[in-house]
Design a protein around this ligand. Sequence first.
Ligand code: FE2
Length: 325
Amino acid sequence: MITATEQSCDGQRTEGGSVFPLLIRCDSSDATLARTEAWIVQNSEELSAKAATHGAVLFRGFPLATDHDFDTFVAAFGLPNFTYEDSLSNAVRRNRTARVFTANEAPADVNICLHHEMAQTPIYPSKLFFFCEKAAEQGGATPLCRSDILFDRMTKEMPQFASDCADKGLLYSHVMPAVDDAASGMGRSWQSTWKASTPQEAEARMTELGYAWEWQDDGCLKVTTPQLQAVKRLRNGGTVFFNQLIAAFHGWKDARNDPGKSITFGDGAPLDSRTMDRVIEMAEEITFDVPWQAGDVALVDNYVTMHGRRTFQGTRKVLASLVAS
Ligand code: FE2
């Protein structure tokens, strides 16, 4: 069995009485993948609980090098796989194993803004794992931001906006291409998203999930979600800013999409851009950038912590895996 200890790291924050993120470093010089797997199996519940308490756990120094090693690491937690095919994710992704996929195929100069994974859809994972196969030469950190801390600050500084978010929820709109567009952070085609080969099949799925839609002349599809929560109450009594507001407001931009039109309150009222700028600024103030080293794994509680991707130079290979509760 291996041994691992909790350590501090540069930039680590203290939020609500706990450190964020928690760093767990493998101390065993003779660690193997099999021993790591056994250690996770034995500690999986405690590690999941730590992710919920701290918002994220960073694992460093464990003997992981490949996508299959990462698959073994994630599978050892014993949690159900949340598959890309079943998700309504906007991103174009490529699977490496049944559980592991490339985090986002969007180009290096595309900044992916903070978001809760798939909170812009009615179906979302409870946790995310990231694995650094190869760190970028420059940049490419994964920013992590505690949404419970952010919402707490919003409630104090902008109480009306915070309560509007909680009371009204949000509507998200975006245009899906007719074929996957890997040049965009939100380039997944409507066929892939809805698992449909005809417009009729897509419409049946959208009706089932409460979406509104509008077909475009060029074969693209504009969709609007049903009213989705912007604020989530957690089982432990915490309240989190659980949504994709920041990403949709600033980041949903490509050849088909204008971020100014991508999001409104649930009653259709527009969001004030000055207020949103301040929310984004507040989120940045409490964000921790994961300084990736090859072999690192980050376990992110998707209900508590938002993530994104900084721009980078060079080759960056960060893989992801999602799990349901
Ligand atoms: Fe994401």
